[in-house]
Design a protein around this ligand. Structure first.
Ligand code: NAD
Length: 410
């Protein structure tokens, strides 16, 4: 299947692109940011640079595609003013309306558990447990609201364009299994707001692909795609009793059973967040620009607000105000570095720079395809970006500048 994938350069998009290519699909990756030049090209991958706030750009980008996986968005409330709401509500409508115009029948769009009114809300309220897709949504902030609007847009579009099928996938915190300790260690005053959940990357990848390839439902449907267990050492029933004593208990929950029920996705398109998802994702790295088409001359000038949101963008969705672990360097440094330096730098997470100026590269850098194995050389380095870790103030080095001759010589 030829799948258009919006937000392909993002944290989730890179993984889903890899999974789709691995499953034999062709991917048209769309983003308003340039792809990471370090990523390997793939013959079934095309990159289109487009700002999806522009409807015509969306139409051009999706032409010839059979399905859309829509991820492009600002993934947190930012400064709680207007950027997230206004960007997301426009992008999601443009994607859906362009799909209708082009006769694209299948769309899976990234909603969020925050549509309920969760992590970013001042206060949370749940009527009953386990929470399911019938539960009322009560966001009080622009991000969750933009997801609620996106879901309403899908209701409207499928009401009129009956050939379309739209799945809104309500992801939880999209993590690699190696991050699970962060879920367990999140302070309760934060964790209770999103009901102690998470979605492993491999499970999220499968959910998006199944949502456009499997099952035979019609119209628009909402689905939670969340792990069946909570990330807490305390029993689910005890946590609910403590934080939501007035909620109706519709079904007694076993020891660590999730407080949010995702069984609808299994009934509709055969998805389950299996236990073996704990083994991690085998998704190939997101492909990069095999062929780059410039759909719009340049992305729209970013406002200060958008920049503020983007600085937070790659932190886990639920951790913008939180501190549950090291902020991944690869994902924060690009916005932190001045443009010129960025061009010259190989960005390496949690790089160790020794006193003698040599660098040891951690294996995750290769696994994440941030750098190619052949580029791993011990060379003279000049640290160009230090910062304190968001959680523990420990000083971490974000990037090193690498002499191109050193790599060539190797
Ligand atoms: N990461 C999570 O834990 C999580 C959890 C729940 C839901 N989600 C949702 O999943 C989606 C992807 O999240 P992510 O964590 O990968 O975010 P991200 O910020 O890493 O990626 C979003 C991508 O969308 C692109 N984008 C933004 N506005 C655009 C526009 N106008 N035109 C074209 N491209 C644009 C950005 O350049 C970026 O590459 C989002 O919709 C987010 O709300 C993420």
């Amino acid at each position: 299947m030829k799948i258009a994938l919006t937000g392909v350069n993002g944290r989730v998009g890179r993984k889903i692109a890899g999974g789709a290519l691995k499953d034999g699909h062709s991917v048209v990756g769309i983003d308003y940011a340039d792809p990471n030049p370090e990523h390997e090209p793939h013959e079934n991958f095309t990159f289109i640079k487009a700002d999806l706030q522009d409807y015509q750009a969306a139409l051009n980008a999706f032409k010839g595609c059979e399905a859309i996986i829509a991820l492009a968005a600002l993934p947190n409330p930012g400064d709680y003013l207007v950027a997230t709401h206004n960007t997301n509500a426009v992008v999601s409508w443009n994607v859906l309306r362009a799909a209708a115009e082009l006769g694209i029948t299948r769309v899976a769009q990234a909603s969020s558990v925050n549509v309920l009114g969760g992590y970013y809300n001042e206060k949370v309220h749940f009527d009953y447990f386990p929470v399911d897709e019938e539960h009322p949504c009560r966001p009080d902030e622009p991000y969750g609201l933009s997801k609620q609007i996106m879901e309403l847009q899908a209701d409207a579009i499928t009401r009129r364009y009956k050939f379309m099928r739209v799945a809104s996938l309500r992801l939880h915190w999209f993590i690699d299994p190696s991050w699970i300790d962060r879920v367990y260690n999140m302070p309760q005053e934060e964790a209770h707001k999103h009901l102690w959940g998470y979605t492993f990357e491999s499970a999220g990848i499968r959910a998006f692909l199944l949502a456009v390839t499997a099952g035979d439902f019609t119209g628009h449907e909402r689905f939670f795609v969340i792990a069946p267990k909570i990330g807490s050492r305390i029993k689910t029933s005890e946590l609910i009793g403590e934080f939501f004593p007035n909620a109706e208990i519709k079904k007694e929950l076993a020891h660590d059973e999730a407080a949010i029920n995702s069984s609808k996705a299994e009934r509709f398109f055969g998805w389950r967040h299996d236990d073996d998802d704990h083994g991690g994702t085998e998704a190939a790295p997101a492909a990069a620009a095999a062929k780059t088409e410039e759909v719009v001359a340049a992305p729209a000038e970013k406002t200060e607000e958008v920049k503020a949101v983007e600085e937070q963008a790659d932190k886990p969705e639920e951790q913008v105000n939180g501190h549950a672990g090291h902020v991944e360097a690869e994902e924060t440094v690009e916005s932190a570095l001045p443009e010129k330096v960025e061009e010259e730098a190989v960005v390496v997470p949690h790089e160790t720079v020794h006193a003698n100026g040599s660098a040891a590269v951690e294996p995750e850098a290769v696994a994440d395809n941030l750098i190619d194995e052949k580029d791993i050389v011990v060379i003279d380095v000049e640290p160009i970006g230090h910062s304190a870790c968001a959680c523990c103030e420990e000083s971490i080095v974000h990037a090193v500048s690498v002499e191109p001759e050193a790599i060539a010589a190797n």
